[in-house]
Design a protein around this ligand. Structure first.
Ligand code: BDR
Ligand code: CA
Length: 316
């Protein structure tokens, strides 16, 4: 049976690739996108979500616009350096014809999750503002949600926005704190795993042997992202942080998971937004999540490319 998922997102280059991977995967039914401010502002993340769905001939999938500001922290705009000022690199997608639905993402999430308890899995690939507010507004969603998969955090690895913190968590650490302490069963995909999933320029060239708008989109969208990685990380390629979350459905055997109590620092000091696991169980708190500490990264990239190739060959 197909897994029914909603993706909460701030597209974002790797966010956009996540939607395409979901649409290319017969195991997944993409029910909706809910947007949030993160990599760029909410107007652009919402526009990009609609535009990428339209590119993939999937504008029947609803998009609900969500929060424009984090709960407490000031808004940062550092995502533009990585994702380009428009949010999806050098790609220029036409202005989408579809509009976001009238309902706010927070209310949409509550309504959809409560309407079908234990049916919807939520994939969070941006700051977690929408879900944190939904939990506060309607705590019953905690029991009703089937599964929550989060791209965020850096457990053993260093951070990518501060030396200690990962971007999505740091962008709204208070929201992450609410979600981590909510009691929802969580699968966390942190930088420890995502940095092992590097899409190279050779991979993008391989995909572009197929003459297709999607292949060209992947090339143009990843261009700025790859420049950033070359300049600051010293390698030829880019990490597929957000698409890796879908491997929880598509190929869970690729991961090495451990169960731990994981928390996030919201004390406002140098480690603000840092996620940390209680490896030695000194706090005696029960595990609140399953954490991917390792992954067979190249196997995931192969899977990603094969799915993209099938999407491109399908005439998109
Ligand atoms: C995360 O930050 C964003 O820039 C990416 O889209 C991803 O969700 C990686 O730290
Ligand atoms: Ca993202």
């Amino acid at each position: 049976m197909k897994k029914r998922i909603i993706i909460d997102t701030d597209p974002g280059v790797d966010d956009a690739l996540t939607f395409l991977l979901a649409l290319a995967s017969p195991e997944i039914q993409l029910e909706a996108l809910t947007t949030v401010s993160g990599n760029i502002g909410i107007d652009k993340t919402t526009r990009n979500a609609l535009a990428v769905l339209e590119l993939a001939h999937a504008s029947n999938i609803p998009v609900a616009r969500g929060c424009s500001l984090p709960l407490v922290s000031p808004l940062h705009r550092s995502g533009e350096a990585v994702h380009g000022t428009g949010g999806i690199g050098k790609s220029v997608l036409p202005e989408p014809k579809a509009k976001p639905i009238d309902q706010h993402a927070v209310d949409y999430l509550i309504e959809r999750i409560l309407a079908e308890p234990q049916e919807i899995s939520l994939f969070m690939i941006g700051p977690m503002t929408n879900l944190a507010l939904a939990i506060r507004k309607e705590p019953r969603i905690v029991q009703a949600l089937k599964e929550l998969v989060i791209m965020g955090g850096a457990i053993r690895s260093g951070g990518n926005i501060t030396p200690l913190a990962e971007f999505n968590i740091h962008a709204d650490p208070h929201a992450a704190h609410i979600v981590f302490h909510s009691g929802i069963p969580i699968t966390l995909i942190p930088l420890d795993a995502t940095y092992k999933c590097l899409l190279t320029t050779a991979d993008v060239e391989r995909l572009n042997r197929i003459d297709s708008p999607i292949a060209r989109f992947v090339r143009d969208a990843t261009a700025v992202y790859m420049d950033f990685y070359k300049k600051y990380e010293g390698f030829d390629g880019c990490a597929l942080h957000d698409p890796l979350t879908l491997a929880v459905i598509l190929a869970p055997e690729l991961f090495t998971f451990e169960e731990h109590h994981v928390d996030v620092d919201i004390s406002g000091g140098i480690s603000m937004g840092k996620t940390f696991a209680d490896f030695m169980n000194v706090s005696k708190k029960p595990a609140n999540m399953k954490v991917a500490l390792d992954v067979r990264g190249r196997d995931f990239i192969e899977l990603f490319l094969e799915r993209m190739e099938s999407l491109c060959r399908a005439g998109l």
